[in-house]
Design a protein around this ligand. Structure first.
Ligand SMILES: Cc1cc2nc3c(=O)[nH]c(=O)nc-3n(C[C@H](O)[C@H](O)[C@H](O)COP(=O)(O)OP(=O)(O)OC[C@H]3O[C@@H](n4cnc5c(N)ncnc54)[C@H](O)[C@@H]3O)c2cc1C
Length: 333
């Protein structure tokens, strides 16, 4: 019997979860991602910092919670296999407008990338490759990439942030109906500027290594040594608020670094030995679509999934990817 095939655009938690479901059910799956590595907004960096030694940073998502029954078995599996660990019950919160849950928070044992590595093991993956457009031809989906290649499969899942999915749809001149187009195009995303910093000395970030600041300009700080993932070097990530990030998006990087460091002076030494900025244009969706994933009615075998469908967290992304994968498996039975 011929194996069913699927291309998944986007190797974040959503896309990897769908790909994993399908691969484990016998599909031939290809994941295509424009990034250098997998994980998307789960992003980590390990590097040698002058005078300080090997340091690790998580500069996207910092932790995950486990509140959803669809995600719970996977989280338990990761805990049992030593992929993830418990990090904290709660963090100090200086932001009176922010309601923070007391759900246990977990993180990767060596970095958040451990999650995407665990999901991606054994899958066929093509990184550093941007999908430009798609086309339905001869009962299959053809996918055109920026390295002038063409891939095809029976099923196609777009698991990117929605604005990037809508760009692919637009470039492909696919009509999805005005109402749906409007609904999908108007889900807003927050922006986030992340600053990674290395210090010779310790920080004053309280144990267990995370704190929510007043909200503007700094939303959050992680001390990765206290988090337990950077034992040799004092590495820190600052996440700026959406408001600050949006207003200062085009500012020079040294200004961003300086602004955010000065605003964190109660917790961080002011003399750093390493710095780097990462800008998240689509950090988290600020509203959720009504369903956990979407099979586009006008276009057979074309799916959209992601945290704009499942909810703006790792759990939400997992649930969206899982249910999308299950729907495809069911359609094939
Ligand atoms: C700074 C920050 C902090 C966060 N903190 C937390 C947290 O502490 N806890 C939590 O639960 N969640 C947090 N989140 C949210 C969480 O990271 C996301 O909800 C989740 O990772 C989304 O996963 P995804 O797979 O849907 O999307 P993504 O991770 O964005 O994956 C989509 C992938 O698609 C790829 N892609 C896009 N366009 C194309 C294209 N044209 N061709 C090929 N590939 C393409 C991208 O490279 C990317 O890898 C945070 C997010 C950010 C940015």
């Amino acid at each position: 019997m011929k194996r069913k095939t699927c291309i998944v655009i986007g190797g974040g938690i959503t896309g990897l979860t769908t790909a994993r479901q399908l691969f484990d059910s016998g599909f031939q799956v290809l994941v295509i991602d424009k990034g250098k590595g997998l994980g998307g907004r789960i992003a980590s960096k390990k590097l040698s910092i002058r005078k300080a030694g090997e340091g690790t940073f998580d500069y996207g998502a910092q932790f995950f919670t486990v509140t959803n029954d669809i995600f719970r078995p996977k989280a338990h599996e990761w805990l049992a296999k030593g992929v993830v660990k418990f990090w904290a019950e709660s963090f100090e919160n200086k932001n009176p407008k922010l309601a923070v849950s007391n759900e246990p928070k977990y993180c990767g044992v060596t970095s958040m990338r451990d999650l995407s590595k665990a999901l991606g093991t054994g899958l066929s993956i093509r990184t550093d490759t941007r999908v430009l457009s798609i086309e339905r031809k001869n009962d299959r989906w053809n996918v055109f990439t920026d390295d002038h290649k063409e891939f095809f499969a029976n099923y196609l899942v777009i698991a990117t942030p929605l604005p990037e999915a809508m760009l692919i749809i637009k470039n492909s001149m696919l009509s999805i109906g005005n109402d749906l187009h409007h609904e999908l195009s108007t889900i807003p995303y927050s922006q986030c500027i992340s600053v990674m910093l290395g210090f010779m000395g310790e920080t004053n970030v309280p144990e267990p290594g995370g704190i929510y600041l007043a909200g503007d300009p700094v939303a959050w700080i992680t001390d990765h040594k206290k988090k337990g993932i950077s034992p040799n070097a004092n590495t820190v990530t600052i996440h700026a608020s959406h408001h600050y990030s949006q207003a200062n998006w085009e500012q020079p990087y040294d200004k961003l670094c300086n602004d955010l460091l000065v605003s964190s002076r109660e917790y961080l030494p002011q003399d750093y030995i390493y710095w780097r900025i990462h800008k998240w244009r689509f950090s988290q969706p600020r509203r959720k679509f009504e369903k956990e994933f979407l099979q586009i009615p006008e276009h057979p075998f074309l799916y959209l999934a992601g945290d704009a469908f499942g909810g703006p967290t790792i759990e939400g992304a997992y649930v969206s990817g899982f249910l999308c994968g299950q729907d495809i498996i069911k359609a094939e039975r």
